[in-house]
Write a protein that binds this ligand. Structure first.
Ligand SMILES: [Zn+2]
Length: 225
């Protein structure tokens, strides 16, 4: 169970990273307005980076989320592999991971993780009306995308948002996984540690996305308040 010791909060990065993650989450003015390398203007809230088409944090956040899920499954005795080659759809797309033994009802689990931006212009109309709408839409998209695999697998669309909400699938999967973590470890906090790791992966990705909007060679100290 060494994978599920309490996460180190300082591990979110250096002081600036922590400060920026909190500022983004609170909607505070955290950066001097500047031009993103993609050509868009970044305002003082810095949220453009979260949905920038060149978002620097997207890949690392995606990899971190999948690694956290894979390691949590391993901790409950369910080995899993990422990017399973035998499950590609006709277009070559494949889910992020699969358990190598059954997860529920004699069927293996496949999952696909995504983190969508709550504040993206394309999501703002729905997320400002109801929390979690961007994650719910992403989940529906994933379910359609992998419809051909649903018959023989348990599927979890692990869709979360940059500002916190999780999709129904993500919450359901998390509830089962944290119960198993508690049972396996005997530690009632094991599920909470998993939730914290996922939250930290999202926040680190947010900071990396904001940092990606800075002109190359810029010292963060020049632009942060
Ligand atoms: Zn940009």
């Amino acid at each position: 169970m060494d994978n599920f010791l309490p996460p180190k909060y300082c591990d979110v990065g250096n002081n600036n990273s922590f400060r920026l993650a909190v500022g983004l989450r609170l909607g505070a003015e955290i950066v001097v307005p500047h031009c993103c390398p993609c050509g868009s203007q970044v305002d003082s809230l810095g949220s453009h980076g979260l949905s920038c088409r060149r978002s620097a944090g997207r890949l690392s956040r995606h990899a971190s989320l999948n690694d956290v899920i894979r390691r949590a499954l391993a901790s409950v005795g369910v080995p899993a592999t990422l990017e399973p080659p035998g499950l590609a759809r006709d277009d070559g797309k494949r889910p992020d991971g699969i358990t190598l033994i059954p997860w529920q009802m004699g069927r293996p689990l496949i999952w696909d993780a995504t983190c969508v931006d709550t504040l993206a212009p394309s999501h703002l109309a729905s997320t400002s009306r109801k929390a979690g709408e961007a994650a719910a839409a992403a989940e529906a998209l994933k379910r359609r995308k992998y419809a051909c695999l649903l018959q023989n697998h348990i599927f979890a669309a692990f869709a979360v948002e940059t500002l916190g909400p999780w999709s129904g699938d993500a919450l359901n999967f998390f509830r089962v996984l944290k119960r198993r973590l508690r049972e396996t470890s005997g530690d009632p906090r094991a599920g909470s540690f998993l939730g914290q790791r996922i939250g930290i992966a999202i926040q680190r990705g947010n900071v990396a996305s904001l940092m990606g909007t800075l002109p190359q060679g810029t010292d963060l100290g020049d632009l942060s308040h």
